[in-house]
Every structure is written in structure tokens, then in C-alpha cells.
Design a protein. Structure first.
Length: 336
């Protein structure tokens, strides 16, 4: 009997053994804690990357600065330029005048022209001038594209943005009986002048009365203008013009006759654009002016102006002949 319970006890112990499995499941539940512990690890990984990225960028920028923008002195030292040649490069950028640049750089005025030409012919100085001009363009932000865009603006600008000619009614369009019409101020001034001259005020001619307004439309029945009206010049407010019109605008001048608006030449700008686009180059088959060639041929004796051929019937005969060819049986005798 005592053995049987003893044998039964291990059986429940074996059944109890799975019970601790419940804590193992609980331990399995705790397993998600492992990812939770891994999350901070993930957070730590990006933080050093964020800190290293700016450092790398700064290192790259620091490495690029000397390459892209080297100091002029160091660059010229590498080219082997003398101090006087370096001064010549700086002075040449002022006005692009080699002779004056050589004089300002310290060369003798008597040999400045020759030395300026020699300096510009040297590859090292040419490279130094080219690099200096690139830096100058970067500082001033003036490039070939910007200059070309300014020329395009002048060439394509509308001059009517600066000044216009508008047509309104004439003085007789809306006057009484189509007579000369005045404004109120003009009427009062003319009447005062009439009285000051000692004339009878009752005899003053008011003509077409008052109320003239040049903004009114012309009267098609007006016998004076026939409905065409009268033109007037209107100057625009330059504070409200477009960029192209501002490029065309060259200033204003007050004269005794009024305000004169100055403009840059549109034709000069168009001419420069045409040359830039190659309009006058040989690829458009205009090797010479055809009119000039025609006139030259006419001046040389070709009456019709066309290029002469071997048997040109219109070619002038040689001097001393009558233009007729002798017959084979012509013995040169006197006529019968």
C-alpha cells in the first residue's frame, strides 16, 4: 500500500512538469522584450550616422573649396608668373587694354605696346587671364548668357511701353457749331488778355465754348479733322514697365519742347543677335553681296550684269572693229 502512493507520486510530478511550461510560455511572452531591447539599438545606429553625415559633407566642401576656387596668388605661383606679370593680369581685366595694362603694371611706356602683346601671346599668362576672368564673372554674376539675354531684351522690347501716340478729338470736334473749343482755364485766360488790351469785353469771341477734353473720341462729322481726330504723345510711367522695356529705356532729357525719351538702338541689338546666330556666315550661301557683284560686272563693261560666257552675244566688240566677222571670200577690196 505504501508503495502504491509512492508510485503514484512521481506520476503527478510528471504532470506537474508541464506546469512550469506555463512560465516558459510566460518567458516566451517576454520574448518580445528582446525586440524592445533591439529597438534602442536601432535608434542608436541612425544617431551616429546623422552625426557623421554633416562631418562628411563639411569635409567634402572643405576639400572642394581649394580645388574650385584656388587663391589667385597660389595659382599664379604655380604658373610661374613674375610679380610684374601678375600685376599685368590684374590691370588687363580693368579695361582689356594691353598697352595701358602694361604701363600700369610698371613696364616702360615706350615698350608697353610690345610687352603687352608679348604677354598676351604667352600660354601661362593667357591661362591666368582666363581664370581671372572666370573669377570676375563669378563675383559680378555677369556671364555671356546674361549679356546675350540683355541684347535679346533690347531687340524684342516693345517701344510702346515707353511712349505712345494716341488719337483723340480735335478742338472743333465737340465745339458749338464745330468751332474752336477751349478749356475753362483757357477761356478765362483769353478773356483777361482781351480786356487787358483795352478791347470791349462784350466783343470777346467765345468760339466753340468750353469743355474741351482730349480724351473724348473724334467726331466723324467734324469738318476740321474729318473724324480723324488729333494725335498726342503719351509718356509711360517707367516704374511700371516690363524688364524688356527697362532694357530698351536709355533715360530721359528735358528740352525746351518737352521731355525726350531716349532708347537703345533696336537695330544694333538685332545686328548683334544676327551675327551671334550666324545669319551672315558662309553657311547661308551669302559669300558676297549679290548687288555689289552685279554692279561690279556692269562697271567692267558687261551691259546686262550677268556673268559673261564664252559666246556672249552682248559682249562689247573689241576696240577698232565694227563687231561684224569678215567672210571667207572677202578679199578686203573696195566695194563695187
Amino acid at each position: 500500500m505504501a508503495r502504491e502512493p509512492a508510485g503514484k507520486k512521481p506520476a503527478p510530478r510528471k504532470t506537474i512538469a508541464p506546469k512550469p511550461a506555463a512560465p516558459q510560455r510566460a518567458a516566451g511572452k517576454a520574448a518580445p522584450a528582446a525586440p524592445a531591447s533591439a529597438k534602442p539599438a536601432v535608434k542608436k545606429t541612425p544617431t551616429p550616422r546623422l552625426e557623421k553625415a554633416p562631418a562628411k559633407k563639411q569635409a567634402r566642401k572643405a576639400a572642394q573649396l581649394p580645388k574650385n576656387a584656388p587663391p589667385p596668388q597660389a595659382e599664379r605661383a604655380q604658373l610661374g608668373l613674375t610679380p610684374k606679370q601678375e600685376k599685368f593680369v590684374d590691370e588687363y581685366l580693368v579695361d582689356l587694354n594691353a598697352t595701358q595694362a602694361a604701363i600700369r603694371a610698371g613696364y616702360s611706356p615706350g615698350t608697353a605696346r610690345q610687352m603687352g602683346a608679348e604677354n598676351l601671346s604667352k600660354p601661362d599668362i593667357q591661362l591666368a587671364v582666363s581664370e581671372a576672368r572666370k573669377r570676375q564673372q563669378a563675383r559680378t554674376e555677369i556671364t555671356a548668357d546674361r549679356v546675350l539675354q540683355e541684347i535679346v531684351s533690347v531687340a524684342l522690347a516693345d517701344a510702346r511701353e515707353l511712349v505712345e501716340v494716341r488719337t483723340g478729338c480735335c478742338r472743333c470736334c465737340h465745339g458749338e457749331g464745330h468751332k474752336y473749343q477751349r478749356t475753362v482755364g483757357e477761356m478765362n485766360r483769353d478773356r483777361e488778355d482781351w480786356v487787358e488790351k483795352g478791347k470791349n469785353p462784350a466783343e470777346f469771341d467765345e468760339a466753340g465754348g468750353i469743355g474741351f477734353n482730349p480724351l473724348l473720341q473724334p467726331n466723324p462729322e467734324c469738318p476740321h479733322c474729318g473724324g480723324d481726330g488729333a494725335p498726342r504723345v503719351v509718356l509711360k510711367d517707367t516704374r511700371k514697365i516690363s524688364g524688356a522695356a527697362a532694357a530698351l529705356y536709355a533715360g530721359a532729357k528735358q528740352t525746351k519742347d518737352g521731355i525726350e525719351i531716349k532708347m537703345h538702338s533696336k537695330m544694333d541689338a538685332i545686328e548683334k543677335l544676327a551675327r551671334h546666330l550666324g545669319v551672315y556666315e558662309k553657311d547661308n550661301q551669302q559669300k558676297a553681296d549679290p548687288l555689289a557683284a552685279l554692279l561690279a560686272r556692269i562697271a567692267n563693261g558687261n551691259s546686262n550684269g550677268f556673268k559673261p560666257v564664252a559666246d556672249d552675244p552682248e559682249a562689247p566688240p573689241p576696240s577698232g572693229t565694227n563687231g561684224f566677222e569678215p567672210r571667207e571670200d572677202d578679199d578686203g577690196g573696195a566695194p563695187v
